[in-house]
Design a protein around this ligand. Structure first.
Ligand SMILES: [Zn+2]
Ligand SMILES: [Zn+2]
Length: 625
């Protein structure tokens, strides 16, 4: 199939219009659709036989940009790739998990399926979906980001065909109306991102929240601010449906709920097909620097493993959670740093676009030839992003085919699918990427995964940074592993003693959970208390300061020690507005929360009534992520 059909087979329906005038072409296309449901590659012979056509018809369809004709060696042994797209038999572990899930659902409305990466959770979902639709029930399958999960979308479409409808943000209004109607008419399966929660379900009985830990389930901007996982559970409650949360790295809140007995818990500890979890190696960057063994940002261990893997014909993934070339441009003479004119952050150097960009507001500027402050030409860059890694890897391993997957390379509609496809078809040896490479991808030939800077992942000034670091590193590690061979993960870090690294090394979620939950308890963070973040914004810093004092005084008089702040946040100015933050740590008692809610509405009202301060914007975010 040619694009766009290869990525979105559902579009084939439109292709029939192109063949409407030729009966033979229509026949061939019909036959193709039939076979394509179960096979990724359709043989010409099969089409000749089924549709009674000859090669000229297929060539005509190639000319119409529908088919792609190619030769392929046919092996009698099914490849791993084919197994993945087909509905393979359930393993014993999966059968056990399904039985346990059903049992748990008789007692709980929400159950967490905690399965290690590669345990075949999707296969379990498929089984439950099939059983539900046999009974005429509707199923909602939520994914963090549709555009970044094309692999899983394609797989489900292949299995469920017309029973499935995909709801995503790039649909036209007409498509939305059609989908809305089909949901009303009891469409069996809806696959979508968080906004799919608002569709008019008729007979919803099961909601699957896949990768439930993913932060993109939380909508922050624009309002309404909501968490799709929590909303899904509430929606299920309204429909008397069940909610299945699935992940290899549960959110702390979710796991705590299983420990408190609110949710059921089913675990899958084995990888599908008996493949072992990857071996994790932690490399001390400071030590390699001292011994002068580093090549730019690569430790000798990582480079050696990369070269060895490529030599064996394997592929590799390198993970650096920062896009662009380098996050800082600095004058070595006077210390000047290029900052955004709208936000108090340094601008990132993008070699690809030959400019500096602000990742908060999108503001762009040319690269200065000399320091605007002192006129010297000693400008250097500090830090590194995906672009620099891609660039330098080309120097150290010139024979490798390298590609990059981040926000900058997947802007066009099919770019993301194209990169994944190229990687699957082994036209790429090394894939360098941001957290996009951690999301729901299955590859069968990845020998090595490298994490360039673990420190950067664990050092955000945020109470969730350990959790996020554990999740990202575990998820990206899960991409390593070959059909029958164990994969290897190389993690580079300065702070090798960080407890999260040990937990990733042992793939020990339980130890991570026990340690982290104690800390949350100690410092009264979620899930033990509700954390409410109030952000006040205005373009005039003095006015903001005065207004915030009034607001804070009102709240403090009523909530006392529960209020922290106001304080200047890590980035004090974004998009031209100055920010101040106030935090509330509230008991999880619904009465207190209702009181706080009414109080905050009143506080905002008071502020806006006060002369001169009506322009201050107040945002409230509960349990910020
Ligand atoms: Zn200077
Ligand atoms: Zn900016």
């Amino acid at each position: 199939l040619q694009e766009p059909y290869a990525t979105e087979p559902i579009l084939l329906e439109e292709a029939f219009e192109l063949t409407a005038r030729s009966k033979k072409q229509t026949e061939a296309l019909l036959a193709f659709v039939q076979i394509y449901k179960t096979q990724k590659h359709v043989r010409k012979q099969d089409l000749y036989k089924m549709a009674g056509v000859d090669s000229s018809v297929l060539k005509a369809l190639e000319k119409k940009s529908i088919f792609e004709l190619y030769d392929r060696e046919v092996s009698r042994v099914a490849t791993y790739e084919d197994i993945l797209v087909e509905k393979f038999e359930l393993t014993n572990h999966q059968k056990t998990a399904i039985a346990e899930l059903k049992e748990k659902f008789t007692k709980k409305n929400t159950v967490l399926l905690h399965g290690v990466t590669g345990s075949g959770k999707t296969r379990v979902y498929i089984e439950l979906i099939e059983e539900a639709i046999k009974k005429g029930e509707q199923v909602l399958y939520l994914l963090p980001e549709i555009a970044l999960t094309t692999q899983i979308v394609a797989r489900l479409q292949k299995i469920f065909g017309n029973d499935i409808a995909v709801y995503h943000s790039r649909m036209s209004n007409n498509e939305r109306v059609d989908l809305w109607k089909s949901v009303l008419e009891n469409k069996p399966i809806i696959l979508g991102a968080r906004s799919a929660l608002f569709l008019p379900f008729k007979n919803l009985k099961l909601i699957i929240v896949d990768e439930e830990h993913d932060t993109s389930f939380k909508q922050y901007d624009p309002a309404p601010r909501y968490h799709a996982r929590d909303s899904a559970i509430f929606l299920a409650h309204l429909h008397q449906a069940k909610t299945l949360l699935g992940t290899a790295t549960p959110a702390l809140e979710t796991y705590q709920n299983t420990q408190e007995g609110k949710y059921g818990l089913v675990e899958m500890k084995q990888r599908f097909g008996g493949i072992q979890l990857p071996e994790v190696v932690i490399v001390n960057v400071a030590d390699e620097m001292k011994r002068k063994k580093m090549s730019s940002h690569f430790t000798s261990v990582l480079l050696e493993e990369l070269v060895a893997a490529l030599g064996r014909g394997e592929q590799a993934i390198l993970f650096q959670n920062r896009r662009g070339y380098a996050p800082t441009l600095r004058c070595t003479t006077c210390g000047w740093v290029r900052e955004c004119k709208n936000c108090d952050v340094s601008m990132t150097y993008h070699k690809q676009f030959n400019n500096m960009r602000c990742h908060y507001c999108g503001y762009q500027q040319k690269i200065p030839e000399e320091c605007p402050a002192c006129g010297d030409r000693n400008l250097t860059i500090k830090g590194f992003g995906t672009e620099k890694i891609e660039d330098e890897l080309k120097i150290y391993i010139p024979e490798a085919k390298i590609a990059r997957m981040d926000y900058d390379t997947v802007r066009t509609k099919y770019a993301h699918a194209q990169i994944i496809n190229d990687f699957e078809e082994k036209r790429i040896d090394v894939l360098v990427g941001t957290q996009m490479v951690t999301k729901g991808l299955d590859f069968d030939n990845v020998g090595v995964v490298g994490v360039l800077s673990a420190d950067q992942l664990m050092s955000f000034p945020d109470f969730r940074s350990s959790e996020r670091g554990f999740q990202l590193m575990t998820q990206v590690s899960g991409r390593a592993g070959r059909k029958k061979k164990r994969g290897k993960v190389i993690i580079q870090a300065f702070n090798v003693a960080h407890p999260v690294l040990g937990e990733v090394l042992q793939n020990d979620f339980h130890r991570f959970f026990e340690r982290e939950i104690e800390e949350r308890k100690l410092f009264s963070y979620p899930p033990f208390q509700r954390l409410i973040k109030i952000t006040l914004k205005h373009k005039d810093p003095r006015l903001l300061n005065e207004g915030t004092k009034i607001y804070a005084k009102f709240v403090k008089e009523r909530l006392g020690f529960r209020m922290i702040g106001p304080a200047v946040p890590g980035i004090p100015r974004v998009r031209g507005s100055f920010l101040l933050e106030i935090f509330l740590k509230m008991e999880k008692d619904p009465k207190w929360l209702a009181y706080a809610k009414a109080l905050l509405i009143e506080a905002r009202h008071q502020l806006q009534k006060t002369k001169g301060f009506s322009g201050i914007r107040v945002n409230v975010d509960v349990d910020p992520s």
